[in-house]
Design a binder for this molecule. Sequence first.
Ligand SMILES: [Fe+2]
Ligand SMILES: [Fe+2]
Length: 202
Amino acid sequence: MSVVPYSTTIIIRRSLSSRPRHDTRLDKNHRFLVDRILRVDHAGELGADRIYAGQMAVLGRTSVGPVIKEMWDQEKEHLRTFEQLVPKYRARPTALIPFWNIAGFILGASTALLGKESAMACTVAVESVITEHYNDQIRELIKDDPTANRELLDVLKRFRDDEQNHHDTGLDHDAEQAPFYKALSQMIKFGCRGAIWLAERL
Ligand SMILES: [Fe+2]
Ligand SMILES: [Fe+2]
């Protein structure tokens, strides 16, 4: 026999059924999460587009030119997607667009000037951080609301797979043969994590 009186059960049921479907505070937190994800990913893809542009400016006519171009074309598609998603979800775009433009190009061109192996080492370092970052965001979105944002989740998963392929392509093209590979890789990864930290906020 139930220890809760019948009338109380009815009141509890009524109060549950009359509750709004969404908790507005949770919705607000979710919007904040989506806003942050879109801002940092838009900035990151802008930076990636410029890194490959810098690499192409230096190595476009060499044997690795077509490989870099193929990855660059995918980055352009990633960037176009976030340029559509930012206004669609009314996210605040990054305030540092000119900075990501210049910083990305300088990173791509300067490592390419050190040779094709260094350019590929840069690709491997950047793409490993980006893959890890997309994975973190996928986990965060699912944890926050597994049923929401199917569109965004699908985009993140597809792009995460592309970035993993770019990472593997860099390894296949002698990234680890670059002079001072470990130091260069650590430095670039450190810079990328700093850029992510900044892009989430500004
Ligand atoms: Fe990308
Ligand atoms: Fe990539």
